[in-house]
Design a protein around this ligand. Structure first.
Ligand SMILES: [Zn+2]
Length: 158
C-alpha cells in the first residue's frame, strides 16, 4: 500500500485501475490520506474507534462521536462513489491541456452538471495547493473551506 497517493503524470490507466479500481481500494487510500499516522476523533482526539455497518463511518470508542470517511472533504458534496472521484482526479492530472466537463461527463458516467462541479472543485484544489495533486492535498484543502478542523482542535465553520 502506497503511503501517499500521487496522481503524477505517466501514471497509466491500467496502473490506476489496479490501485484504485474499486470502492474498497479508494476508501483505504482516502483513510490513509486523512489519517496518515493513525485515526483520531475530531471531537476528543482519541484514536480508538469502531467501524459501523457501512464501513465508511467510524465511531469513537471514548466519546462515541461519529464521523464519516468523506465528511469535510470535497467528496462529501456529492453522492458519487469514490471510484468516480478518483478517476476524475486521474483524468484531470493526466490531461496535458485540461479536460472539458463534457469529456469528463462521458468518461466517468455522470451528468454534465456533476461533471462540471467535480471539475471546478478539483481544479481549484490543484491550483491552490503545492501538493494539490496528491490525495492528501486534495483532502486537506477542504478542511479550510468546510471548516473541518481549526488549529486549536476545535470544530467550526467559516
Ligand atoms: Zn471521541
Amino acid at each position: 500500500m502506497k503511503n501517499q497517493v500521487q496522481f503524477q503524470k505517466g501514471y497509466s490507466l491500467i496502473d490506476f485501475m489496479d490501485d484504485y479500481g474499486d470502492e474498497e481500494k479508494c476508501r483505504e487510500a482516502l483513510f490513509k490520506a486523512r489519517w496518515p499516522d493513525e485515526y483520531h476523533c475530531h471531537e476528543c482526539g482519541a484514536s480508538s474507534y469502531c467501524t459501523l455497518k457501512s464501513r465508511a463511518i467510524f465511531q469513537c470508542n471514548r466519546c462515541h462521536h461519529q464521523q464519516s470517511l468523506i465528511s469535510g472533504t470535497i467528496f462529501e458534496s456529492t453522492k458519487l462513489p469514490l471510484t468516480k472521484w478518483f478517476l476524475a482526479i486521474h483524468l484531470l492530472t493526466q490531461a496535458k491541456t485540461g479536460i472539458s466537463a463534457l469529456s469528463l461527463k462521458r468518461q466517468i458516467g455522470v451528468s454534465y452538471n456533476t461533471a462540471w462541479s467535480i471539475k471546478q472543485k478539483l481544479m481549484q484544489v490543484m491550483k491552490e495547493r503545492d501538493d494539490g495533486k496528491s490525495l492528501s492535498g486534495i483532502v486537506q484543502l477542504d478542511d479550510v473551506y468546510w471548516g473541518g478542523e481549526l488549529r486549536g482542535g476545535k470544530r467550526g465553520r467559516g
